[in-house]
Design a protein around this ligand. Structure first.
Ligand SMILES: C[S@@+](CC[C@H](N)C(=O)[O-])C[C@H]1O[C@@H](n2cnc3c(N)ncnc32)[C@H](O)[C@@H]1O
Length: 276
């Protein structure tokens, strides 16, 4: 092998894991649209102040301030690495006026901050890191106090029998072609007693190279009724489930509607909205 080839980096070595993550699992435009819809459902007016707990690269904060000139966002995460990546890549793409309306704090989400928010979002199942009822209720109580008197907390949930299959991988092509990549969601473990679960995200590239276990999560698999009971225990006045609407062919439409009951599905994603 020539020196030149030896020094050539694989696509995995050159890849940026946060960029791949955002392209694979996030859709901030849809998220912020949903937050406005859910807030209007609760209070018949528009929200302006967003708090994004577990914000990582805070893509949602950045999308929020783009939506309206009066919108402000507070992003909270305890890891400086994704926050720095977000500053260099997401915040840098905003106008100066938009940048001024994003505030970031490197801290535990279980801290009180001012100003209080209209919408507090905890996305991508992040609060499942809290594995006991006591921890979740404590977090929900603090989250509630971080909301204005008219505020909502929004979190996403996943479920369905497919989620409990161990040693199971879901694969999606995110970008096609020579410059593309594939996304792998690996469900490694599910303990039926404790509901302890482990998930891993990996990426594979057209040259065959892999970014294995770029992200890993060790969570408790919580259910919808448990979360709604804990929200009530933490003092939220009510909570609602928003379920994804399907078209006449049974395909997901990307629209979420408030429901009291839903048809069982092998794999689903929903939102829970708690009203202060
Ligand atoms: C699954 S990632 C979610 C990132 C982003 N919210 C998203 O939707 O893709 C979880 C994030 O939560 C952060 N995190 C975990 N525990 C935390 C805590 N107690 N307080 C603040 N951030 C925490 C991690 O640093 C990580 O960035």
């Amino acid at each position: 092998m020539s020196r030149k080839n030896k020094n050539k980096k694989s696509l995995a070595e050159k890849a940026d894991k946060y960029s791949l993550y955002q392209q694979s699992v996030q859709s901030p435009e849809h998220e912020v649209e949903f937050f406005v819809q859910a807030y209007k459902d609760a209070y018949r007016k528009n929200p302006t102040m967003l708090r994004e707990d577990f914000c990582g690269t805070f893509a949602i904060c950045c999308e929020w301030v783009k939506l309206k000139n009066s919108n402000q966002a507070l992003g909270v995460d305890l890891d400086p690495e994704p926050l720095d990546w977000g500053r260099q890549n997401n915040l840098a793409k905003l106008t100066t006026s938009q940048q001024k309306r994003v505030r970031l704090v490197e801290q535990d989400v279980r801290k009180r901050n001012r100003p209080q928010a209209d919408v507090l979002a905890a996305q991508n199942f992040s609060f499942w890191i809290f594995k006991t009822r006591a921890e979740v209720v404590e977090y929900f109580k603090i989250a509630r106090s971080n909301l204005k008197s008219q505020g909502i907390m929004v979190m996403d949930m996943m479920g369905g029998s497919d989620c409990f299959i161990e040693d199971h991988t879901d694969k999606r092509t995110i970008v096609k072609g020579r410059k593309g990549f594939k996304y792998y969601w690996y469900q490694a473990r599910f303990d039926p007693i404790s509901h302890d679960t482990s998930f891993y995200i990996s990426f594979k590239f057209p040259d065959g190279s892999k970014l294995k276990n770029a992200f890993e999560y060790h969570w408790r698999f919580w259910s919808t009724p448990e979360i709604q009971e804990m929200l009530a225990e933490a003092g939220f006045r009510e909570s609602h489930v928003y379920w994804e609407e399907t078209d006449e062919d049974g395909e997901d439409t990307g629209e979420f509607l408030k429901v009291d009951t839903a048809e069982n599905a092998p794999s689903w994603i929903s939102y829970i909205v708690a009203v202060k």
